[in-house]
Structures are given as structure tokens and as C-alpha cells.
Design a protein around this ligand. Sequence first.
Ligand SMILES: [Fe+2]
Ligand SMILES: [Fe+2]
Length: 245
Amino acid sequence: MDTVLYDRADHKYVLLGFADSPDEKSVPSNQYMIVHNDTTVLMDPGGFTLFPVLVARVLKYTKMENIKAILLSHQDPDVNGGLSVWEKVTNAKIYISKLWVRFIPHYEIRNTKNIIGINDGDTEIIMNDDFKITLIPAHFLHSCGQFNYYDSVSKILFTGDIGASVLPCSGNSLFIEDFEEFLPCIEPFHTRYMSCNKALRKWIKYIESYDIDIIAPQHGYLIKGEVKDKFIRWLYDLKCGVDLI
Ligand SMILES: [Fe+2]
Ligand SMILES: [Fe+2]
């Protein structure tokens, strides 16, 4: 299922895949795309078997040659498993934390010159004169080098594994409806995979300065409105990872 989350004549934010591959049942994942005029950006394109599904959907909105960047939240196979195929059909620059640049060629990436390491202090990726992506550090949540990508036009924040849940859960369809009812769907993952409360609070401090309409995670349901506020408050107090070891 592809869904347009934000729609303006020159700017679209598309949920490209929503747990769509039958081959990734154990870790269903979401993929996202921003189309700004002739410049297209993919985020966390996911595993190998998703590729044919996603290409068909990409072509509904843009041309393959318009894909100028692939933004990766972190190093995991559910983020990068299909990267070698995307590399062959686009000439996109591949952005990831500099910590993972040396590891990404293990996904059979041939043109390593296209892999761009994001430094800890970097604040944005400038795609062109009127389109940029804001970088929000999300280190240790869970990856030691993880970035979130914020689009100031749609006000959508792609959060990688932060907010991840497994479908189906708690009667939701696309967005989480009742946060309290939903808690059992996210608590075990966040308690074990997120490194510590200190990292969560640091991330919350970063995102507080942005106007965010939708939190878009790499797995499971999307988060907005009152549920978004409750989710952030819950994370602020969550003890996790080494807090509990
Ligand atoms: Fe991950
Ligand atoms: Fe993930």
C-alpha cells in the first residue's frame, strides 16, 4: 500500500511501503519517499525482496533518474538489504552516519564514491536551492550512529527504529489511535533495543525545536496529534537498555 501523507503540487511525502513484502514477515518495514519537483529522495528502502514492489510505486510519482539521494537511518539489513539493486538502477548518493560508511560496501555496493558519511555535527542535506533535509541526531536509539530525517515542508519526521512496532497490533490501521492500548506493542522493543534513557532525553531535546505533524517510523504505525505527545512523554521517562542491565 502506498499512501500520500503530504500533497502539494511541487512536494509530496509518500509512504511507499507499509509492511508489504511477504518475505519479511518477521520484521515488516516501512519505506518513504519525498518528491520535490524533479528531485526525489528515498528513505530506508529496505530488503531485497521489496525492490520490485517499490519500483512500481516509485514510478507512479516520479522517474527513476530523479532519485538523487537514498537516506539511511542506520546500518541494519532491514534498512539496507536491497541497496545493491537500487545502486544499479539509480545514480543516487547514499547518505548514512560516517560510522557506517566502511560497513555499507558489505551490502555489495560497488560505487563506494556515492556513499556519503554524515558527520555528528552536520545539520542538513541540501538537495537543491529550494529543497533540503534537516538532520536530527538519534544516536544510540538503537544504533550508535543513527540519523532522523525531517522535512520542514510536510513537517514529517522519519525516525528510523524510534517508534517501531510490529503489525498488526491493537486494532490500528495506519496511525496509532489509542496510545495506552498500544503500549504493549512498543514497550518490549524500546525497552531492550534503545540504549538508555539519557539518549532518549537527548533526542527529545533535539526534536522539541521542530514543528512536527507526523512521526514516521521504519516499522509499524505512524504517530500524530495527541498520541504523538503521549509517545514522547512516555519515552522521556522510559528506562531501557543499560538502565536495566
Ligand atoms: Fe535497527
Ligand atoms: Fe529497523
